[in-house]
Design a protein around this ligand. Structure first.
Ligand SMILES: NC(=O)C1=CN([C@@H]2O[C@H](COP(=O)(O)OP(=O)(O)OC[C@H]3O[C@@H](n4cnc5c(N)ncnc54)[C@H](OP(=O)(O)O)[C@@H]3O)[C@@H](O)[C@H]2O)C=CC1
Ligand SMILES: N[C@@H](CCC(=O)N[C@@H](CSC=O)C(=O)NCC(=O)O)C(=O)O
Ligand SMILES: [Zn+2]
Ligand SMILES: [Zn+2]
Length: 352
């Protein structure tokens, strides 16, 4: 029986409050309005940003909330005036949309489309309402992808992998034969490594407190492995000694503001660039001696790897299908929705 135009009942993992386990609830999903798309979500990854929001440290975290911004699914129905996707299309939802008409989209300088940002942090659509309670998005927040891509893999391209890969190849524009250090080798950091390999960097140093992450970093092409716990001196000094004065590019993929400082200060004087990808908690700030910047180091940030979701994400999905981008290695476990809390526990343990 067709569900078009009707309210749907489905299951969702709801966070009722900070630091509480998610609870599986039946929710109602209203039909999409003008310019909106209702999606049947079939798979989702868990990104550290989900854990961050769940922790209560996200200044924009409003509860109750249905987490999960790394998804894949099929368009179930569309609202009036939607023209670029239709029911049955395979899609990845975008947390940064691409309207192609706002000042940001037209600038050619950024992927940070502004259309939903004002209401997004409050869990609302731009008309200040919600269809929830579920996955109804604006048409501009949907990337249509190759239907041959399996959702349980492609969903990871909806955040972590694309973010790290894009930060290396787009935001930093890593050059051949350059040196790179990646702080934090979770899903995001491992993908920076993939981007650095794609750009033929000559030295790629994986930095993590958890040595288990080095197995993955090695498989993806990191050349050196450094655990800050093995050294008594600041990690930036260790890295500067290893690289004859510092790195060409460093990336923070931890969200820890002390690590962000170390990553900047590990850069080579005169030209080193440090890219902040990690998300830090409410009230946290970064600092360094201004001399670090005066002497030519550059501090930048990157959201979703600088990737424009509708224009560029479908090509990244094709790169995966054409075996140019590794995704399968990232999947350590698969859980049913009812077991979602185990996924968060494993992310915090990092012990798999
Ligand atoms: N800007 C953007 O668009 C995006 C930002 N993010 C952010 O990027 C960050 C990484 O996300 P994700 O890869 O999913 O996270 P993970 O938790 O999977 O990975 C983080 C890694 O950093 C390690 N780590 C923690 N502290 C340190 C330290 N002091 N020195 C070195 N390594 C350390 C962790 O080790 P251990 O296992 O021991 O904890 C872990 O291996 C998060 O802050 C997330 O919110 C994510 C997606 C998009
Ligand atoms: N709500 C947080 C900010 C969260 C954040 O930094 N989001 C990143 C993506 S992280 C994905 O896993 C992002 O793309 N931000 C773009 C933006 O416009 O915010 C807070 O308020 O600190
Ligand atoms: Zn994410
Ligand atoms: Zn826009």
């Amino acid at each position: 029986m067709s569900t078009v135009g009707k309210t749907i009942r489905c299951k969702a993992a709801v966070a009722w409050g900070p630091a509480q386990p998610l609870s599986i609830e039946e929710i109602e999903v209203a039909p999409p309005k003008k310019g909106e798309v209702r999606i049947k979500i079939l798979a989702t990854g868990v990104c550290h940003t989900d854990a961050f929001t769940l922790s209560g440290k996200d200044p924009e975290g409003v509860f109750p909330i249905i987490l999960g911004h790394e998804g894949g699914g099929i368009v179930e129905s569309i609202g009036e005036e939607v023209t670029t996707v239709q029911p049955g299309d395979h899609v990845i939802p975008l947390y940064i949309p691409e309207c192609r008409t706002c000042k940001f989209c037209k600038s050619g300088k950024t992927n940070l489309c502004s259309i939903v940002r004002a209401t997004q942090g409050r869990g609302l659509l731009p008309d200040e309402t919600t269809r929830f309670t579920c996955k109804v998005l604006l048409e501009i927040s949907v990337a249509k992808i190759n239907p041959h891509a399996p959702f349980d893999k492609a969903c990871l391209l909806g955040c972590g992998i694309t973010t790290g890969f894009g930060a290396a190849i787009k935001t930093a524009d890593v050059q051949p034969n350059s040196t790179v250090a990646v702080f934090g080798c979770g899903g995001v950091g491992l993908s920076v490594i993939q981007g650095a390999v794609a750009r033929n960097a000559s030295k790629i140093i994986a930095v993590d407190l958890n040595p288990k992450k080095f197995e993955y970093a090695k498989k993806l092409g990191a050349t050196d492995f450094v655990n800050p716990a093995d050294f008594e001196k600041p990690i930036q000094e260790v890295l500067i000694e290893m690289t004859d004065g510092g790195l060409d590019y460093t990336f923070d993929c931890t969200g820890n503001t002390s690590v962000m400082r170390a990553a900047l200060e590990a850069c080579h004087k005169g030209w080193g660039q440090s890219i902040i990808i990690g998300v830090a908690g409410a009230g946290e700030e970064i600092s360094t001696r201004p001399l670090q910047l005066v002497t030519g180091r550059v501090w930048k940030g990157s959201a979703f790897g600088g990737i424009k979701g509708r224009s560029e994400l479908p090509g990244i999905v094709d790169d995966y299908l054409n075996k140019k981008l590794e995704v399968d290695l990232y999947i350590t476990h698969k859980f049913k929705l009812e077991e979602i809390n185990k996924a968060f526990e494993l992310m915090h343990d990092g012990d798999w």
